[in-house]
Design a protein around this ligand. Sequence first.
Ligand SMILES: Nc1ncnc2c1ncn2[C@@H]1O[C@H](COP(=O)(O)OP(=O)(O)OP(=O)(O)O)[C@@H](O)[C@H]1O
Ligand SMILES: [Mg+2]
Length: 340
Amino acid sequence: MNATPTALAPTLGTLEERARQRTGAFGEDALIVCDSLVRIYQSEGVEVQALQGLDLLVEQGELVAIVGASGSGKSTLLSVLSGLDVPTAGRVRVGPWDLMSMSAKQRVAYRRSMVGFVWQQTARNIVPYLTAAENVEFPLALAGARRRVRRARAAELLDVLGVGYCADRRPSQMSGGEQQRVAIAVALANSPQVLFADEPTGELDTATSHDVLEGLRTVNRELGTTVVVVTHDSSVSEHVQRTVAIRDGRTSSEVVRRTHTADDGTEHVVAEEFAVLDRAGRVQLPREYREALDLVGKVRLALESSHVSVWPDRLPPDRPQEPPTRTGRHRAVPAHEEQQ
Ligand SMILES: Nc1ncnc2c1ncn2[C@@H]1O[C@H](COP(=O)(O)OP(=O)(O)OP(=O)(O)O)[C@@H](O)[C@H]1O
Ligand SMILES: [Mg+2]
């Protein structure tokens, strides 16, 4: 056999040529682009790096969930995307809006026209002394919409979210889940292109939380709104196509769900987990992988024809052969030489 796997590896020249052909700026076609975002908080002389070079692309029309441990940077990311906070470094764009260089006036316009928000605390989203319909009409009135238009829009949105029957109720006459679905309708009143929701199910039980996540899915499907939702709800990946996990201020892995049609026509939902390779070439290895092979400190990398392998620094006694090293990655070893 002449062709060893090493011999099939692309040459450095081929890889460089491919890289040259990839022109375009990072994420130029995406609706939301976070490129190496850094957010450092200073409090009482202590520096907290809430975002540590985070990359994220969201396409127009996507419904994306963000999950991650407490303190991993989810709310910081959403504050940046919603125009409430400015990152320390990096690049962030939503549609035509460059969030790093917006003036205060542009920031207000961005928040009014481009994006809508839903927060965890229901009280922060809706006014307690107004009915559900009045709550949805309120931002429309501020924007100068006529009464008839406001009424029709409020009725439509409450219907889409399955809470049309709450139109004349005040928040105190609704359940937590109903209030959050009304809050989503309020956030959508001015037809934003993107809806951000930070833990909208945080105060709800499982069944009610399911209704709210389904509400977001309906909004995404029927109104075409791009939705980014932060949640602790572990069942969220059942409701969305893409779940992005954040660890230590960076996107670390993604679960993508797609519908697969078998030969007999039956449809199955397939969920696949990917590690995220960031712009600087970093990948976070899951803890169980690191522990299983005792990977600490240094590892050996080898470029194969179709993948990259990661090897422990110290070779196990039952594997005396050296793995390919980084420097030797493009060396094609003739078969006869190998057999010696
Ligand atoms: N205003 C602030 N000043 C100082 N540190 C902050 C500030 N806001 C957040 N942090 C810190 O930044 C880190 C990320 O916080 P963030 O609120 O984004 O986490 P989170 O993923 O939303 O967590 P949770 O799931 O608990 O809501 C944390 O270590 C937090 O203590
Ligand atoms: Mg948070």
